[in-house]
Design a protein around this ligand. Structure first.
Ligand code: C2E
Ligand code: CA
Ligand code: CA
Ligand code: CA
Length: 280
């Protein structure tokens, strides 16, 4: 007998709100974008705070939408996370960033590429294999890859997350705690990140009550010395002014990332920049 289940259910579905409908169409478009290679990576340079030397890049995903133009992660990452698409998308980002960094000579010149990893990806049991595969197929040395995780990722399923950190360290990649100081902020988490990287969130660096050039200076100074005493390297992000740069430098911050020194740029522009940098 013919089953009429699916179609009849659809007919009785209430009209979706505009927002929900938009999400569904964005999700469908995003699925296509993944297969049609409409995603691109832009790279933001990071510099040694003292010498000004280039130390690496953070890979940031963008969506070259056929009709809406270049879309930033704020427009689609959440939808990618909610739909699970972040897993294949993140895998693409990981592979592409490793490939690109290897082509740029990261191994020989010793610079790093940083990749953002979201919770769903990180907790995926095959994530370790994917990281290893990205390194193997690109030839990138593990120490040239930095995985950026947020505090919330590590707090959600603490036991498993800490185990995962250990496995990743065994592979030899480096880890960065992203957006530190926003949301969950657990100082206790830092003890598990010895030798890794702390990224001080841009909200500490600019504006608000915690501006590096204002009273927030003491807080940043504390964070930096705490991180250093744990053997961590500190990157300040969102550095937009010379004043912030100088303040961070005097507070012994290790690395600087921000519009002052460079916006996220397409690979072609980074390539030009690299050609001008003397290999060490
Ligand atoms: P994030 O990891 O904190 O990345 C830094 C964001 O700050 C980037 O925004 C960058 O363009 C912006 N930024 C850098 N310097 C400055 C500055 O001096 N001033 C200001 N106002 N902004 C600055 P973007 O590229 O829009 O990315 C937003 C967020 O999307 C990222 O925040 C990250 O959480 C997420 N994201 C980006 N790419 C990926 C990805 O491949 N995978 C995952 N899971 N998330 C990603
Ligand atoms: Ca990041
Ligand atoms: Ca960040
Ligand atoms: Ca952020």
């Amino acid at each position: 007998a013919k089953r009429e289940g699916k179609n009849s259910v659809r007919a009785f579905q209430p009209l979706m709100g505009i927002e929900a409908a938009e999400r569904v169409s964005t999700e469908r478009d995003l699925r296509l974008a993944l297969t049609q290679r409409h995603l691109v990576l832009h790279y933001q340079s990071q510099f040694d705070a003292q010498s000004g030397r280039l130390t690496g890049f953070e890979a940031l995903v963008r969506w070259q939408h056929p009709t809406h133009g270049l879309l930033y992660p704020g427009k689609f990452i959440e939808i990618a996370e909610d739909s699970g698409l972040i897993v294949p998308m993140g895998e693409w980002v990981l592979n592409e960033a490793c490939r690109q960094a290897a082509v740029w000579g990261a191994n020989g010149q010793g610079f790093t590429v940083s990749v953002n990893v979201s919770a769903l990806q990180f907790m995926d049991p095959v994530f370790l294999l994917k990281v290893q595969a990205a390194l193997d197929s690109s030839g990138l040395k593990p120490e040239c890859l930095i995985l950026e995780l947020t505090e919330s990722v590590l707090l959600e399923n603490r036991e498993r997350a800490l185990k995962q950190l250990t496995h990743l360290r065994d592979i030899g990649v480096r880890l960065a705690l992203d957006d530190f100081g926003t949301g969950y902020s657990s100082l206790g988490l830092l003890q598990h990140l010895q030798g890794d990287i702390l990224k001080i969130d841009s909200s500490f660096v600019r504006g608000g009550q915690i501006d590096v050039a204002g009273p927030g200076r003491a807080l940043i100074e504390f964070l930096i010395s705490l991180a250093h005493s744990l053997g961590m390297c500190v990157i300040a992000e969102g550095v937009e002014t010379e004043e912030q740069y100088q303040a961070l430098r005097s507070l012994d911050c290790d690395r600087i990332q921000g519009f002052l020194l460079g916006r996220p740029e397409p690979a072609e522009l980074i390539e030009k920049r690299l050609n001008m940098v003397e290999p060490r």
